[in-house]
Every structure is written in structure tokens, then in C-alpha cells.
Design a protein around this ligand. Structure first.
Ligand SMILES: Nc1ncnc2c1ncn2[C@@H]1O[C@H](COP(=O)(O)OP(=O)(O)O)[C@@H](O)[C@H]1O
Ligand SMILES: [Mg+2]
Length: 251
């Protein structure tokens, strides 16, 4: 895949992967159509197989924190979360008369063990589950890259959790690199401020578009490119205009 002028961001990401810098959290902020999702694909593409890479869209995470934990657990492999499994099992066996049929079909078993009790117990259980989850992550031997997209669309509960416990804990783990992209990004706190970079994606310079056209061998002239970028600034619109002109030429 090809992107116009995202060299700075890719270089930063690579340095983080190679642990050449202390930072391990990368925040990518931009309005819609500036290429955040493409950039995350690009990062995933540049991670070699020595990294375990997980890409997640937080706009799907409507069910909140437990949903994200479950998704990460599933994507990274259930077997890598023995402590979390154990905690879940303990809660399940403590629950009165939970039959297998009730558990089967529960998309989110974590939410199930939380819903199955009162508010005080729920908070205690959640704390226990998240401690187990972070202990499991700390035990990872493989270097792992988490690419979280569309932070702005996550629920308030989930955004607070990511900003707070999640990034605080993960910033302490050597094995991890985390990228969070969105129209807004997490607000750094004292625990991980020092360990992050924050980038805003801007419009792409004219010269970078010419380079992109050359590299992708699109049959557009310099004049056509200049004319397009005089009218569109948002990268998604620029690329659409390139495609439209190209189609018209081919007709
Ligand atoms: N740097 C770039 N180079 C080439 N195309 C880009 C670039 N940034 C964005 N685009 C184009 O814009 C489209 C939308 O980008 P996307 O990643 O979905 O934006 P966002 O996630 O920020 O809303 C992409 O599919 C691509 O066609
Ligand atoms: Mg996007």
C-alpha cells in the first residue's frame, strides 16, 4: 500500500518498535479523511512477523471496557491469558446456579460475570479481572503492537479507562507499543506523559502529492494534480478527485 508523505509518522513508529526511543505510546490525531485508518494499516503492514499485531476499531466497542478486554484476549489468543481465565472461572463458580446453557451464547463472558452480581461486587470483580488481564499482558514474551482506531467513537467509560488504567499499565510493559488514533486522542496523565508522542496529521504538501502520483504510476499530469489540490485539501477528497479524473481520461 502507498501513502503520500507519512514518512515522519512511520519513522517514529519504527523507532518505537526497535526500542530506540523510550516512548511506546503513539497518539495520532486528525479530522476525518486525513488518513488515520490508512496509517494504522500502514503500520500493521510494516510490523514484521516477530511482532504480534492487533488492530481494533473502538467504534465497535459499544459494550465498553469489558468488550475491549474480551476482544484483545480473543485476538491475541485465549491461551495467553491464564490469569484472566482463572479469575473468570472463579467468579463463574461463585455465581449461584449458573448453568452452562446460560453461559453459552454469551458473547462477552466478562460482562456476564459482572452483571451477575450487585454494584459493590461488580466493582471488586472488575478490579480483579483487570489486574489479572494486566498480569497476563506483563507475562507476554512476544513483542506486541496494539493499533486502536477511532478513539473518539468509544464510550466515555472506555475512553476514561484507556486514558487511565490501560495506558498507565501498558506504558510500563517493555513488550508493548500502542498506537491510538482518532479525531480526539487520550489526554496524557502523569504516569505515561513522558512515554508518548502525539502527532496531528495535516494536509499533504503539493510536492508529496506529485511524488505519490509518480510512485503509484497514475496517469495524471503535474497540472492536473495542481488543479485538484487547489480545490481539495482533505487527503481523502484529493485521492477521490485523482480517481475521478483518471476514470474520465480512460473513458
Ligand atoms: N497520506 C495519504 N496518502 C494517500 N491517500 C490518503 C492519505 N491519507 C488519506 N488518504 C486517502 O483518504 C482515504 C480516507 O482515509 P482514512 O484512513 O479512512 O481517514 P480517517 O481514518 O482519518 O478518516 C484513504 O482511503 C485514502 O484514499
Ligand atoms: Mg478512520
Amino acid at each position: 500500500m502507498r501513502l503520500a508523505n507519512r514518512t515522519l509518522e512511520l519513522n517514529m513508529f519504527r523507532q518505537m518498535l526497535r526500542q530506540e526511543v523510550e516512548q511506546k505510546i503513539l497518539l495520532i490525531e486528525a479530522q476525518s479523511g486525513y488518513g488515520k485508518t490508512d496509517l494504522l494499516d500502514y503500520f500493521a503492514y510494516h510490523c514484521s512477523s516477530q511482532y504480534s499485531t492487533v488492530q481494533l476499531d473502538l467504534k465497535d466497542a459499544t459494550l465498553g471496557t469489558t468488550y475491549l478486554i474480551s476482544r484483545l484476549q480473543r485476538k491475541l489468543g485465549q491461551a495467553r491469558f491464564p490469569r484472566l481465565e482463572k479469575s473468570v472461572c472463579e467468579f463463574l463458580s461463585a455465581s449461584i446456579e449458573v448453568t452452562n446453557t446460560e453461559i453459552v451464547g454469551q458473547e462477552n463472558i466478562l460482562q456476564f460475570v459482572l452483571n451477575d452480581t450487585d454494584q459493590t461486587q461488580r466493582n471488586l470483580r472488575f478490579n480483579r479481572l483487570q489486574v489479572s488481564f494486566f498480569e497476563d499482558l506483563a507475562g507476554f514474551s512476544q513483542r506486541t503492537v496494539l493499533l486502536l482506531d477511532t478513539f473518539n467513537a468509544a464510550s466515555k467509560e472506555l475512553r476514561d479507562w484507556i486514558e487511565g488504567q490501560f495506558l498507565s499499565e501498558i506504558s510500563q510493559l517493555e513488550q508493548f507499543v500502542v498506537v491510538v488514533a482518532g479525531q480526539i486522542t487520550p489526554e496524557p496523565n502523569i504516569e505515561w506523559r513522558r512515554l508518548h508522542y502525539h502527532y496531528e496529521l495535516h494536509e499533504i504538501e503539493e510536492e508529496a502529492w506529485h511524488q505519490y502520483i509518480r510512485d503509484s504510476k497514475r496517469p495524471l499530469t503535474r497540472q492536473q494534480v495542481e488543479a485538484i489540490i487547489a480545490y481539495c485539501r482533505v487527503p481523502a477528497e484529493v485521492v477521490k478527485a485523482f480517481q475521478a479524473v483518471e476514470r474520465r481520461q480512460q473513458q
